[in-house]
Design a protein around this ligand. Structure first.
Ligand code: SF4
Length: 236
């Protein structure tokens, strides 16, 4: 099982293996997703707006079965280059019922936030994801993820993109989670900033989280059956 850092490479799980294509026409030989990720990693599009400069943090592989859509990297994620390597990630893995090895296996889980670089912070926390990012990269990346069975959509920015723009309060959209189930699941962001939201809405962890864990278990079980060599560890 790869460690998170080994799985991710410098910024993403599917770093192009340029060396093995040396002397060949790269455009013909490198898979489209690898080329795309190479372009994302060198993206400078909104550099003037990023206080710490571009450092795209994402994880993706064409085989991924579960897609997690977050907001944008926070400071700690920017510093480490590892997505959800923070208290939000700890809570998210608990909600999913999986450990770090499974979470950071790009052939199982894709992590594509709405903005790939740390956008900086303002008076009330981190700034929104840069809008250029989804407009530039999102459709092309999603088109490469043909095996996704469940998309977990965290927070308003992600939900407006993946579920349709809406003025409906997040709590109501999450309440209607079964309208999107089982392909999509709107959830609050797992950030500690949402502790009060979670205290005020205990139905979420009592009703939605167990359903999510059951679905993830089914997806991982199906993957194990189709690929018996891949042993994945789930929390018990
Ligand atoms: S946030 Fe997205 S669009 Fe902006 S520099 Fe980073 S990768 Fe490029």
């Amino acid at each position: 099982m790869p460690s998170p850092r080994a799985a991710l490479g410098p910024n993403c799980s599917a770093a192009p293996r340029i060396g093995k294509y040396r002397g060949q026409n790269l455009a013909d030989r490198i898979p489209a997703l690898d080329l795309l990720l190479q372009q994302v990693r060198s993206c400078q599009l909104c550099a003037p707006h990023l206080p710490l400069g571009p450092r795209p943090v994402l994880q993706c592989h064409a085989s991924a079965r579960i897609l997690i859509v977050g907001q944008a990297p926070g400071r700690k994620v920017h510093d480490t280059g590892i997505p959800f390597n923070d208290p939000s990630g700890e809570r998210l893995r608990d909600w999913l019922g999986i450990d770090r090895d499974t979470f950071y296996d790009p052939e199982t889980v894709a992590l594509l936030p709405m903005g790939f670089c740390y956008p900086g912070s303002g008076k009330s926390g981190d700034l929104p994801p840069r809008p250029e990012c989804a407009a530039t990269w999102r459709q092309a990346l999603l088109a490469q993820l043909g095996n996704v069975q469940l998309t977990v959509v965290l927070g308003k920015y992600a939900q407006d993109y993946h579920l349709g723009k809406s003025s409906e309060p997040l709590v109501q959209r999450v309440r209607r989670w079964q309208d999107y189930w089982p392909e999509l699941l709107p959830m609050p962001h797992p950030s500690p900033r949402n502790n009060r939201w979670l205290r005020n809405n205990p139905w979420f962890e009592a009703e939605v989280v167990p359903a999510l864990q059951e679905r993830v278990k089914d997806i991982l079980g199906a993957k194990r059956k189709s690929n018996p060599g891949s042993a994945r560890r789930e929390k018990t």
